[in-house]
Ligand binder design. Structure first.
Ligand SMILES: Cc1cc2nc3c(=O)[nH]c(=O)nc-3n(C[C@H](O)[C@H](O)[C@H](O)COP(=O)(O)OP(=O)(O)OC[C@H]3O[C@@H](n4cnc5c(N)ncnc54)[C@H](O)[C@@H]3O)c2cc1C
Length: 473
């Protein structure tokens, strides 16, 4: 008999070995299996130094040498077997099992028209329900400039019938390069080999991705949902015009500061991740038009990602205290902050037209929170906003949408659908969160240690981090 929650190895259909969870459904990598053995000794209790918060076993124990830091940051960590959630979840989910009736979903509300909400609206098309999608700010172009839609999310978009439109609207990416600040190559990953032909890796502007989703989703209504209450199997939502409407199921896809989460599930607040980021799109083509490049400096890095139509998405990331950067003069200040980086970064910054074209924000994420209470469920950043280092937050939101849509169609009753959704998604989300935190720590190591580590083991570690995501979501 297997111990509950342990991985074991089984033959994959491709003839190799793969590790799965004790319930047979949760995939994890061989490296995560050995990492689990290592961390079973209790080594993994950690403190996130930057945010100053305890993060389960997601960061790194102190005191330790830089060498230890490097080894830990390069290493993949185990997938959790179940979501380590706030205590609210266990209290409420046991209550909800009794309070949720069998499948009688007629009216569905999706709150938030970002990547998660629009993907879900596409996933629920043609179902036996009436879907309403509300967005507080429908006309606004999405913040954040560009995005990497990685093959695991492209696979989900193809399942949703939107893949071809997204692929056509973006740029095909084939390589991922880590470079030092002057441009010397530290490690170069062949993404086609890594993802094994699963689906394309696409760089795209956020507005084009949003438009592709909107073309396939029911139209959204301008409305802000402010709070939620549940009684007798109904979810009552209050809107900003003070009207209250009852639904059979409400999905909070309203982002990291989710009002649905706050009023209906959990009061957890986002934490500052110790980095500020400046994102923009500029009309330049990179010398490597099919590669994402990360140029790594001491306390900062700059990323370049082609997004098609002669445009590049650029993101400058600086470690330090949170602050408000006024729009006026932003372009010049950003140019100065990266003035000693290689020519492609400087050329990109020169090509940005205007201060207004640069979006500045703090990097924030959520601690593990509950995703569900009765007939209210969260997806995307509302449930699991995470550090962006894996470039997977939006990808996870798309996968969430597909997975929830599938469960709602398949399950006999709504409680089973929502429970199964959370149980299936949580290990994968936890994996991505842990890897993102590990990468955040890696990037912040002393330059020599980090660069040497990337040269020696960067490619291998990259494969270990992403390979588990080739398994079905
Ligand atoms: C620097 C950085 C780089 C990133 N790079 C990548 C990447 O390359 N690839 C990737 O996959 N992910 C990336 N991410 C993560 C990605 O941006 C997010 O995970 C993704 O945008 C989350 O989408 P969402 O729909 O869940 O939330 P959001 O994008 O926040 O959308 C929420 C929507 O809900 C609306 N809303 C909010 N409250 C209400 C309300 N009360 N009523 C009605 N509407 C409401 C908002 O207006 C908004 O439109 C990155 C993140 C950062 C910070």
């Amino acid at each position: 008999m297997r111990a509950p929650g342990r991985c074991h190895l089984t033959r994959s259909t491709r003839g190799g070995w793969r590790a799965i969870g004790s319930n047979g459904s949760r995939p994890c990598s061989r490296s995560s299996l050995s990492a689990r053995r290592r961390t079973d000794t209790g080594m993994s209790r950690v403190v996130n130094r930057t945010a100053g918060t305890t993060q389960g076993d997601s960061a790194i124990a102190a005191p330790r040498s830089h060498h230890d830091d490097l080894l830990r940051a390069m290493r993949c960590r185990p997938v959790h077997d179940s979501p380590a959630e706030c205590s609210l979840r266990s209290e409420r989910s046991s209550k909800s099992i009794h309070s949720v009736a069998s499948m009688t979903v007629k009216r569905v509300l999706i709150v938030g028209g970002g990547i998660a909400g629009r993907s879900l609206a596409v996933a629920l098309r043609g179902g036996p329900w009436q879907v309403e999608l509300v967005e507080r700010d429908p006309g606004r172009s999405p913040l954040g400039a560009g995005l990497a839609v990685q093959p695991n999310a492209m696979r989900a978009l193809y399942d949703l019938g939107v893949g071809a439109a997204v692929e056509e609207a973006g740029a095909a990416i084939h390589r991922f390069e880590y470079r030092d600040q002057q441009g010397s190559l530290l490690c170069d990953i062949d993404l086609d080999d890594l993802w094994g032909g699963l689906a394309p890796f696409v760089g795209i502007t956020r507005s084009r991705l949003h438009n592709a989703l909107l073309d396939h989703a029911p139209s959204e209504r301008r409305r802000s949902a402010t709070s939620v209450r549940q009684q007798n199997g109904q979810v009552s939502v209050t809107f900003d015009d003070a009207t209250v409407v009852d639904y059979d199921l409400v999905i909070g896809a309203d982002g990291i500061n989710s009002a649905m989460r706050h009023s209906g599930i959990d009061h957890c607040r986002p934490v500052y991740g110790g980095q500020m980021v400046w994102r923009s799109i500029a009309p330049v083509t990179s010398a490597s038009p099919h590669a994402v490049q990360l140029w790594l400096g001491r306390d900062r890095f700059f990323g370049l990602c082609p997004v098609g139509a002669g445009l590049t998405y650029g993101f400058g990331n600086i470690t330090g205290a949170r602050f408000r950067d006024p729009t006026a003069g932003r372009r010049q200040r950003l140019g100065e902050a990266f003035a000693d980086f290689g020519a492609p970064v400087r050329d990109y910054l020169t090509a940005i037209a205007d201060d207004q074209d640069i979006h500045c924000s703090p990097i924030e994420w959520l601690p593990n929170v509950a995703w569900r209470n009765g007939r209210l469920v969260l997806i995307g950043d509302a449930a699991h906003a995470m550090p962006p280092m894996m470039g997977q937050g939006g990808c996870m939101a798309i996968e969430d949408a597909l997975a929830l849509g599938n469960q709602l169609r398949r399950a006999d009753n709504i409680a089973t659908a929502l429970d199964t959704f959370v149980a299936r998604r949580a290990p994968r989300i936890n994996w991505v969160r842990q890897q993102s935190l590990a990468l955040t720590n890696l990037i912040q190591l002393p330059v020599d240690v980090r660069n040497h580590g990337l040269q020696e083991r960067g490619t291998r570690a990259f494969y270990d981090r992403y390979r588990p995501l080739t398994d079905p979501a």
